[in-house]
Design a protein around this ligand. Structure first.
Ligand code: ATP
Ligand code: MG
Length: 339
C-alpha cells in the first residue's frame, strides 16, 4: 500500500474560526484526515507577529481554535494537532532560511503586501511580520509537508517556500528538503459579511462558529445585498450580493438557490425573506457545532495539544538534524566521532 501523503495546514490563533474557515479549510480537513497524514498547526508564533503585546490572548485563542477543530469533526487520534511555539525546530529552521530570502522578495509577496496595507503598518512594519512567510516555509518543511491545504492567500506562501527549498538544496548540495504543492480548498475565499474581499478574523467581518444564535441572526441581517434594491418589487442584483454568495456556499439545494436568484433578479423577493432563509440554514448547521464545542473541557483540549505536539516534535527533530547535516554545522557530532 502506498504511504499516505503528508499534508500540512493550519491557522493563526488571532480569534475563533469562522464560516470562511468552515467552507474553506475545515470541511476538507475532516475529509482529508482519512486520506492523508494530516498535520494541523496552530500558528501561535505567527499570531504573535500581530499580537506580540497580547500573548495571553494568543494562548486563549489557541485553545479556542483547537475547540473549533474538534467541534467540526477533526479527530485528534488521526490528525496531528500541534502548537507551533512548542516545536523548537521551526524557530531554528526559520533562522537558516532567513539567509536565503531578500527583504525585497518578502515585500513583493502579494499576501503580505496586502496585509501590510490593510493594517496600515508602513514604516512601523515589524521585522517579524515581514518575515512570517519564511517562518511558514519552516512550518511546512519541518514535517516534510508534500501538500499544503489552504485558501487562495496561501498560494504565494507555497511559492516562497519552494523558492527557499530549491535555494537551500542548491547551495548545500542536498535534496533533504522537498517542495510542496497547494491543495486549494473548494471555496478558497469566502467574502466578508460586509462584502469585503475576504471574511477574516482580524477584520471582524465574519460569522464565527462559536457565535450565539442571536449574533448569527444579527450578522445575517446586516449583510451587504444590493443597495438599489429598495422595494420588494424592485429587480435586484445577485452578483456581489453577499447573501447569495453565502447561499451558494452553505445551501445544499442548488436548484432552490437558482430559483431564488431568478426571483430576485426579476423583482418580488425581499431582502428580509431572503435573509431569513439563509439564517435558518446557518442556524441549523452551526447549532450542533456550538453544542459539541460547549462540551469540550480545557483539560481535554490541553491533552490533545500536548499529544499532537509531542508526536510532531519527534518528526521535526529528525528533519532539523538532516538540515544541520546538510549545512555542515552539526560539528559537535563530528567532535564526538573523532575523539
Ligand atoms: P487573520 O485575519 O488573523 O489572518 P484569517 O481569518 O485570515 O485570520 P488565517 O488563520 O489567516 O485566518 O487562515 C487560516 C486558513 O484559513 C488559511 O488556509 C486561509 O487561506 C483560510 N481562510 C481564511 N479566511 C478564509 C476565507 N474567508 N475563505 C476561505 N478560506 C479562508
Ligand atoms: Mg490570514
Amino acid at each position: 500500500m502506498e504511504a499516505k501523503k503528508l499534508i500540512l495546514t493550519g491557522d493563526r490563533p488571532t480569534g475563533n474560526l469562522h464560516l470562511g474557515h468552515y467552507v474553506g479549510v475545515l470541511k476538507s480537513r475532516v475529509e482529508q484526515q482519512h486520506t492523508h497524514n494530516q498535520y494541523i498547526l496552530v500558528a501561535d508564533v505567527q499570531a504573535l507577529t500581530d499580537y506580540y503585546e497580547m500573548p495571553q490572548l494568543v494562548v486563549e485563542n489557541s485553545l479556542e481554535v483547537v475547540k473549533d477543530y474538534l467541534a467540526v469533526g477533526i479527530d485528534p487520534q488521526i490528525s496531528t494537532i500541534l502548537i507551533q511555539s512548542q516545536i523548537p525546530a521551526i524557530a531554528e529552521l526559520t533562522i537558516y532560511y532567513m539567509n536565503l530570502v531578500s527583504v525585497s522578495r518578502l515585500e513583493r509577496n502579494p499576501t503580505v503586501k496586502n496585509e501590510i496595507l490593510q493594517k496600515g503598518l508602513g514604516k512601523t512594519l515589524p521585522v517579524g511580520f515581514l518575515n512570517y512567510p519564511v517562518s511558514q516555509a519552516a512550518d511546512i518543511t519541518a514535517f516534510g509537508g508534500e501538500l499544503v491545504s489552504g485558501g487562495e492567500d496561501q498560494i504565494p506562501m507555497i511559492e516562497q517556500t519552494n523558492e527557499i527549498v530549491r535555494k537551500f538544496n542548491r547551495i548545500y548540495n542536498t535534496n533533504c528538503l522537498k517542495e510542496a504543492s497547494i491543495h486549494l480548498s473548494k471555496v478558497p475565499r469566502l467574502v466578508g459579511i460586509d462584502g469585503k474581499a475576504k471574511a477574516s478574523k482580524s477584520m471582524n467581518n465574519a460569522i464565527f462558529l462559536s457565535d450565539p444564535p442571536e449574533v448569527i441572526r444579527e450578522k445575517v441581517f446586516a449583510m451587504f445585498t444590493d443597495p438599489d434594491h429598495i422595494k420588494v418589487s424592485d429587480p435586484g442584483k445577485v452578483d456581489g450580493n453577499v447573501v447569495f454568495t453565502y447561499l451558494d456556499a452553505f445551501c445544499d439545494d442548488p436548484d432552490e438557490v437558482n430559483s431564488l436568484k431568478s426571483q430576485y433578479l426579476k423583482g418580488g423577493l425581499g431582502d428580509t425573506t431572503l435573509k431569513s432563509y439563509l439564517n435558518d440554514i446557518l442556524q441549523k448547521m452551526l447549532q450542533p457545532i456550538r453544542e459539541k464545542r460547549r462540551l469540550l473541557t480545557r483539560e481535554y483540549i490541553l491533552d490533545v495539544c500536548y499529544d499532537g505536539t509531542s508526536r510532531a516534535r519527534v518528526v521535526s527533530g529528525g528533519i532539523l538534524n538532516n538540515v544541520r547535516n546538510a549545512i555542515g554545522i552539526n560539528f559537535f557530532d563530528k567532535i564526538e566521532k573523532h575523539s
